[in-house]
Ligand binder design. Sequence first.
Ligand SMILES: Nc1ncnc2c1ncn2[C@@H]1O[C@H](COP(=O)(O)OP(=O)(O)OP(=O)(O)O)[C@@H](O)[C@H]1O
Ligand SMILES: [Mg+2]
Length: 427
Amino acid sequence: MTLFICSNCGEGAASWMGRCPSCQQWNTFVKQREFGKDRKEKVKNFEAKSLSSIKTLDNSRLKTGIFELDRILGGGFAKGEVVLLSGEPGVGKSTLLLQSLKNLNTLYISGEEAAEQVKDRADRLGVDTARLIFSDTLQVEAIIKGLKDLHKKIDIVAIDSIQTVYSAQNASPPGSVSQLREASSQLITAAKQNKLPLVIVGHITKEGDIAGPKTLEHMVDAVLQFEGERVSTYRILRALKNRFGSTDEIGVFEMKQGGLVEVNNPMVFVEDDLADNTPGKAIAGVMEGKRPFFFEIQTLATPSILAMPRRVVKGVDYNKVLLLLAVIQKHLRLSLGSYDIYLNVIGGVDIKSTAADLGIVASIISSVKNIPLPSRAIFSGEVGLLGEIRKSYGLEKIMSEAKRLKFSKIYSSKTVTNVKEMFKTLL
Ligand SMILES: Nc1ncnc2c1ncn2[C@@H]1O[C@H](COP(=O)(O)OP(=O)(O)OP(=O)(O)O)[C@@H](O)[C@H]1O
Ligand SMILES: [Mg+2]
């Protein structure tokens, strides 16, 4: 059977189509090799063995020297580990990559920047350029040959970015789905065979997906996402997947002239002036990985003239906010239908934890009522559909950190049981 694959999104079809029904792009279907027709493979012998006869994995790790990155990786790069480093354009992927290779003998393949540019950055970051072998060869087959020749001299291979390399066996242009799949699978196999860690940089599309197929995420051992606003200097590194360590660790960095500097302050995303208590501003206490962090949530509620009032949300899940608005409306009897509501988390970060719920609710009711929240107060807890406040993960740690940072009031499942009670004590 002949199979046609969309070179943009990976959608498959039995016949050629002018327009892809999945991604709506024109003229993207290409014929794949035929399946079944000439495949006359003999039935193979089935082979299996006891796991106890397998050699234990060499658990030695290659340390990058960046404490936060090593922690996220689970102690450093494992042998043959393939790591995908993804992030929006300009967020600092190449900078982080180069810094992490500071103490390692590296084969650095760049299709994004010329040798001079990479050298200039390496000098600025204080990287020992004598340990970096640079190549701008982008054909995968050639890269693999180079990798085999050099594998005794190098500790690690870095590719910036996977969207620029291509396999000679595939006719699609670099960056297309089938090319990404082909190139990555060849590179991953080569890295594993040579027992070398491989770091590949991948761009993220505007929608927040890693440009190219999800299959790329399945193929690699770890996916690290680098987040942050380009206008702000703070960045968060998060493990979305990790076969060699846990995924509940994050690292916070600040982008400076000399490169990325690790930040160990749970208050980096909160404005210094805690005494300022404008209506709509709430500080949420949340566990990010194994550490407590504080985030400033701001809401602006304005009278709406629209039949369908506007809801604009940045930094937390949109549907989560709709759910909490319904809880407020029902349990506090606040009519929110006449307000446009804009909600934002300061610093361009995304809060994933449900512990931010209480902070979101406090921020919304403070803005709607136009009454400031008590100054130096933090909010931490999950809010249920029945208006109840549940204990957030790591609450004890959040509370002790809040006390150390001289927050005078802590609203959580320990002090209030439901949103109605909190509403009464607050306003
Ligand atoms: N000379 C410099 N001094 C200080 N900061 C710089 C300098 N040059 C670049 N930067 C910082 O580095 C950032 C770009 O970093 P980098 O090139 O690592 O991003 P990237 O994610 O690799 O981008 P791309 O997707 O374009 O490859 C800039 O946004 C800027 O903040
Ligand atoms: Mg780059």
